[in-house]
Design a binder for this molecule. Structure first.
Ligand code: ZN
Length: 430
């Protein structure tokens, strides 16, 4: 707490920072289907293992920071739940393509909950800007001082001709004009009418070739999957250390499976796959546990947002039963990706959703902030073990109002709880 005057000026500065900070993080949805398994990838990983996790990464340099984040999530989970969660696996990939091509079945067979992730370098997007062209199905970045744009990622959905592109290709010319930068490329591309013939010269391993296609309609294309663009944003994204959040989800899911006497990994509610959230747990509690596992800088950004937008908070009666707003907004995307996966005869695919309110709306931003704030409030008033009690009751089908009836210090009615929580938010400036 600081004085009023300092507070208002401090608040402005931190709010700008909080807004810039990625709020929704990267959300990897692994869609899995039935059928034969994909080929096993080459064993090009280094590995770290202890009783808490198995961790795979492309290099030692990627292993260490990832290990710190997973460890942080583990310790936080232990603090709140009072018991160690089951061991999990985390596989860090240099890019989403590698992730999509990976066969996770060995983890499933071993009953190990696993988290596919990407390196910090990928998160940071390098030194250049990165931009997603969803209708093309390409994520592009600036290629450097010699011009051109580099294909970072070929997305699982987008125009059919995206197959002509590979990650690492450099687009040198668009409609006969040399590509100077990502901004220049975007300008030339956007100036073309929908349906116009787009001609590109693409370089791969020193070989140049022409690629042509009709410009697809961006309207109706799924919302941008990856938005890493903007100078400095990648840096902030990386520095937010979002792996601790996602590891929190996985530890929690594994814990719930064990409590319910089920073999991990259970089917997840939104995707029918193995990722994100537990089907027996309401979305708010999944996010509450994950946000508790975040590092303090990111939590502070969330709480600042909540403090500044408290009038727009989601009423608790609704909050306790609502569907995750990010997933809801990406329903169409998930549906299309699944169709594509089945059409290609693949057994799994990975979509990476990242970005802030521009993707999922303010409600999603509030959902995360509220989940964190409420979890902290409950743990603060009732003791850290209360969250384990809440989880235990909810996973066995109880309603939140029944859970509250057994509380000792907080109001037992949802409307009164809401008042007490709001009071506490107002009284405690982050
Ligand atoms: Zn989450």
């Amino acid at each position: 707490m600081v004085t009023g005057r300092l507070r208002s000026s401090g608040c402005r500065a931190s709010k700008a920072w909080a807004k810039a900070l990625v709020m929704e993080m990267i959300l990897c949805l692994l869609l899995t289907g039935r059928g034969q398994s994909q080929e096993k990838p080459a064993a090009d990983f280094v590995k770290a293992e202890n009783e808490r996790y198995e961790l795979y990464a492309p290099s030692e340099k990627d292993l260490k920071p990832a290990g710190e984040e997973v460890e942080y999530a583990y310790q936080t989970f232990l603090k709140y739940f009072g018991e160690a969660p089951p061991k999990i696996a985390v596989v860090v990939f240099p890019s989403p393509e590698k992730m999509r091509a990976y066969d996770f079945s060995s983890f499933r067979e071993r009953g190990l909950r696993y988290l596919p992730w990407v390196t910090r370098d990928y998160l940071a997007g390098g030194a250049t800007n990165v931009r997603s062209f969803s209708e093309l199905g390409l994520v592009l970045s600036g290629a450097g001082p010699d011009g051109g744009v580099r294909v970072l990622t070929v997305l699982p959905i987008g125009m059919a001709e995206r197959d002509e592109f590979h990650s690492g290709d450099v687009i040198r010319f668009i409609d006969g004009a040399p590509v100077e930068s990502l901004a220049h490329f975007a300008e030339r591309y956007q100036a073309l009418p929908v349906g116009a013939k787009v001609k590109m010269e693409v370089e791969r391993d020193g070989q140049k070739r022409a690629v042509g296609f009709s410009k697809p309609n961006p309207q109706g294309a799924p919302q941008s999957l990856v938005q890493l663009g903007g100078s400095g944003e990648g840096q902030r994204r990386r520095d937010a250390r979002p792996l601790s959040h996602e590891a929190g989800h996985i530890f929690f899911s594994a814990y719930v499976d064990r409590k319910l006497g089920r073999k991990s990994p259970a089917e997840s509610k939104q995707t029918g796959g193995d990722q994100y959230g537990h089907p027996q747990i309401p979305d708010w509690l999944d996010e509450a546990v994950a946000t508790l596992c975040e590092f303090p800088a990111l939590q502070k950004a969330r709480l600042l947002y909540l403090h500044g937008a408290l009038d727009a908070h989601i009423p608790l009666g609704e909050f306790f039963t609502m569907e995750h707003p990010v997933l809801k907004s990406q329903e169409e995307l998930v549906r299309q990706a699944r169709e594509q996966m089945l059409a290609e005869g693949r057994t799994s695919t990975m979509i990476t959703i990242s970005g802030g309110p521009e993707i999922a709306g303010e409600q999603a931003r509030m959902f995360y902030a509220e989940a964190l704030s409420l979890a902290q409030f409950l743990a603060d008033r009732e003791g850290p073990a209360f969250l384990a009690q809440v989880a235990d009751a909810l996973m066995h089908g109880k309603k939140m109002k029944d859970v509250l009836a057994g509380a000792k210090s907080i109001p037992t009615k949802i409307s009164d709880l809401e008042k007490a929580w709001l009071e506490s938010v107002k009284a405690n400036h982050p």
